[in-house]
Design a protein around this ligand. Structure first.
Ligand code: IMP
Ligand code: MG
Length: 373
């Protein structure tokens, strides 16, 4: 059996959805283990765009692949119902391939209201994530399983009618042990509650720690992929050492179509930051990298990259006054001429000490290449 994880290495939106979707055909389960509907995983299938907020990025065209929403998540059940209804239109009966861990916690209406009222200074997506995790930690949260004892509200019945299964890891552990598992992270290591740049973080475990915390300690991981763009983006407030401003930022944002998949907000943009990426690899448990969106920088003669900071970051607080040291590396006319990417990828591998496993230079499945092969 082979198990892997695909994590966001930076501030989310690195293209995890696209990569996970592509790799999912080789796995039996795609498992989300953290976050909730704050995630926005963009997928293009046969040229049609889909955004999954709660559903794992399963390629539903392959009938053997199942989706699992793990116990580390906080789930807005009405939002989930809407997503399953939408998926069911293209893949009738798809609900039967979707499993929800009864130990996951629920996002309630009051959590979304509290988010709006209290978390604007972080740049929250207002999906109720922080307040739901706050109640969980404060021991006043409600798990999905609780609803079975409380008269099954409409959202749960709707999901059951769609065929969605409610279970726990231990109930189906034997099936997991006999399967190939792909764990799909949400957000990214720099937004992790423990290791991200606090307080500008989300509230879940975006590192490999989140997989174990969700009850999957038995699943040995062969590889942990960290996904990063060949430049950097961030939504929300907080330090961003390689950020661009003004016209240069507007140009890159437009080229990369960098607007939030969940909220539509313009993303902040900047150059690749290898100090932050190396920190994320170490804290996140990342063994291999996946680099995306090379096509966006087509035609740049030189590409700036921050290779280190004056002081190597070893703690989230080191990002607040970071001084990046930047170099330039040869660019590419056409990302599909892979020989032109060698300098850039070589630099990333040298500084992060992590091999690049896959690269992506477009939104189609055919745009993902096994770089190591
Ligand atoms: P929250 O998770 O909605 O509370 O948002 C906290 C911070 O994380 C904000 O800066 C959000 O913009 C950011 N964030 C949360 N989820 C994602 C994501 O999936 N991609 C990128 N940024 C995210
Ligand atoms: Mg996203």
């Amino acid at each position: 059996m082979s198990n892997i994880a695909v994590l966001g290495a930076m501030w989310g939106d690195e293209g995890k959805g696209h990569i996970t979707h592509h790799l999912s055909r080789d796995y039996d389960w795609v498992i989300r283990f953290n976050g909730g509907a704050n995630a926005g995983h963009t997928i293009y299938r046969d040229g049609v765009k889909f955004v999954h907020n709660l559903l794992p990025s399963v390629d539903f065209r392959h009938p053997h692949v199942k989706a699992y929403l793990g116990s580390g998540m906080v789930i807005d059940l009405e939002k989930l119902r809407d997503e399953v209804v939408e998926a069911d239109k293209t893949y009738p009966g798809v609900g039967r391939r979707i499993y929800v861990d009864k130990d996951a916690f629920i996002v309630e209406q009051k959590h979304k209201e509290e988010d709006k009222a209290s978390n604007a200074h972080i740049g929250s997506t207002n999906r109720g994530i922080g307040p739901a995790y706050k109640d969980k930690i404060g021991r006043s949260g409600k798990r999905v399983g609780n609803l079975f004892y409380e008269g099954e509200p409409a959202a749960l019945l709707d999901l059951m009618k769609l065929g969605v299964n409610f279970t726990t890891v231990l109930e189906i552990e034997d099936a997991f042990r006999a399967s190939n598992l792909l764990f799909e992270g949400a957000q990214g290591v720099l937004l992790d509650i423990n290791h991200g740049i606090y307080p500008y973080v989300s509230c879940s475990d975006a590192t490999v720690g989140g997989i174990i915390a969700s009850g999957f300690a038995f699943a040995k991981l062969d590889r942990v992929y960290g996904v990063a763009k060949c430049y950097t983006t961030k939504v929300g407030e907080g330090p961003f050492p390689t950020e661009l401003h003004g016209e240069a930022a507007d140009d890159l944002r437009k080229l990369g179509n960098e607007f939030g998949a969940t909220t539509g907000r313009p993303r902040r943009v900047g150059w690749l930051d290898l100090a932050a990426l190396t920190y994320a690899c170490k804290k996140g448990g990342i063994t291999h990298l996946i680099l995306t969106k090379f096509d966006i920088l087509n035609g740049m003669p030189k590409v700036p990259v921050a290779v280190m900071y004056k002081k190597t970051p070893t703690s989230p607080s080191d990002f607040f006054n970071a001084v990046p040291l930047t170099t330039e590396v040869a660019g590419w006319d056409d990302a599909k001429d892979y020989s032109q990417l060698k300098d850039f990828i070589g630099l990333v591998e040298k500084f992060t000490k992590r091999p690049v496993g896959f690269i992506s230079c477009g939104t189609d499945d055919r745009d993902i290449t096994n770089w190591a092969a």
